[in-house]
Design a protein around this ligand. Structure first.
Ligand code: A3D
Length: 391
């Protein structure tokens, strides 16, 4: 019996057994342990037969270690703020896949009185806004939505989420994408400066760190009001990948990524934990490398499967995690692209690091303890972003 589930415990209890004997190397799920407690079933691991070979499957060995020794441990959830703000207006510039999905999540959670959607394609934002309102008869959401092509719709927004732009098409260089999307970001930046100068702007358009920098430069908003979203998404992918190789739930994993989005991402292995234990203590180097590669290539893997367009569900959740930090619903620091002013030896550049937020934007950049390789990877990412911006 390699895996003992809740079902096995219930079956034992139903047949009147108060003791359930399982193999020496069996993995007992947390749900099975909980239900065994409640039903009074004692789970006993049989001794391994004399002369039996110890299990050499590394994944199973990890599961045993993590589940048997600390069965009920889960990562503590984000600290929730006691008085989260409800925004008056959140604007979404770009009502494509990420913009519309993030607006949908915002409407469901009712975190704003009104959502304003903008898109250059006539009718697209208005249609999405109408569609969102049509759902409110079911969801009961009090959040109203309106949409159009004019950036005036951003007027007095508390938060503006910018997803406008093109994704990279096959064969297009990163520099070509940078040039095309920079023009889009410049127009939007000027409008935001005019109509919503107090808004916090969350940039999602790729290439992320460069577009965040362009948004700040062209809008001339204070740096604390400009944030790029990539770290919350990449960190979620990293936690999911680590959970996958370790055979535990993503909630059991604490891990973040810093750096830039894509190949210059810096997944922090040195501080990552699974069930509270350093990953390097419980996973082999090969397993960690697999999880890192999965996180770094997560976006590309979705693009390859979809053929047209890129990921939008996880990115939309990652945007809303930042919005939750801005409104005080999450008080823990989160990874995002923010202006560095000397932290990690990097100055005057937007790059993914952990920061603390409030409704006015960045409150404080956190300088995490990195090992030597992580620090040099972060500084290399900074040099690459800097070179692309200069180019
Ligand atoms: P898509 O579904 O194409 O939506 C983009 C929308 O922007 C389209 O509806 C366009 O009509 C609209 N648009 C273009 N120019 C303008 C403009 N000047 N004003 C208003 N709207 C405009 O793409 P998507 O939603 O999948 O992705 C949007 C962007 O986010 C792309 O650049 C992606 O590469 C990027 N993205 C980044 C991440 C990160 O983690 C950083 C994740 C997912 C997507």
């Amino acid at each position: 019996m390699p895996l003992v589930s809740e079902y096995d415990v219930r079956r034992a209890a139903a047949t009147g057994n108060r003791e359930l004997y399982v193999d020496a190397d069996a993995v007992v799920t947390p749900q099975a342990l909980d239900i065994a407690d409640r039903l009074g079933v004692d789970i006993q691991h049989r001794a391994a037969p004399m002369g039996a070979q110890p299990s050499i499957d590394p994944a199973r060995a990890v599961q045993r270690l993590l589940l048997r020794r600390s069965p009920r441990w889960v990562a503590p959830p984000h600290r929730r703020g006691l008085a989260a703000t409800r925004f008056t207006r959140i604007a979404f510039v770009g009502s494509g896949m990420v913009g519309a999905t993030a607006a949908h999540l915002a409407a469901i959670s009712g975190i704003a009185d009104e959502l304003s959607l903008v898109d250059v394609v006539p009718g697209l934002a208005a249609a999405t806004a109408l569609d969102l309102e049509h759902a409110s008869g079911i969801t009961g959401s009090a959040t109203r939505a309106r949409g159009g092509t004019s950036l005036d719709l951003c007027a007095s927004a508390d938060v503006v989420v910018v997803t406008a732009g093109r994704p990279r098409s096959p064969g297009m260089t990163r520099d070509a994408l940078l040039a095309i999307n920079a023009r889009v970001i410049h127009d939007i930046a000027e409008s935001i400066a005019l109509h919503a100068p107090d808004a916090v702007v969350i940039v999602v358009t790729n290439p992320l760190d460069e577009m965040t920098s362009e948004m700040w430069r062209r809008s001339a908003l204070p740096a604390r009001q400009v944030i790029g979203m990539a770290g919350t998404l990449d960190s979620s992918r990293f936690r999911n990948a680590l959970a996958g190789v370790a055979g535990v739930r993503p909630a059991d994993v604490q891990a973040i990524t810093l750096g830039s989005h894509g190949a210059e991402m810096v997944p922090l292995v040195s501080s990552a934990t699974i069930k509270g234990r350093p990953v390097r203590d419980v996973l082999s180097t090969a397993m960690i490398d697999r999880a890192v590669a999965e996180a770094v290539n997560g976006g590309a893997a979705v693009v390859e499967l979809r053929k047209t367009g890129s990921a939008f569900i996880a990115p939309a959740h990652a945007v809303m995690e930042l919005v939750d930090a801005l409104r005080g619903a999450i008080t823990d620091p989160l990874p995002a692209s923010v202006m560095l002013t000397g932290q990690y030896g990097i100055d005057g550049l937007f790059l993914g690091v952990r920061a603390r937020f409030d409704s006015g934007g960045v409150v404080e950049v956190i300088e995490d303890r990195l090992d030597k390789a992580e620090l040099s990877a972060l500084q290399a990412a900074a040099r690459s972003v800097q070179a692309r911006l200069a180019g």
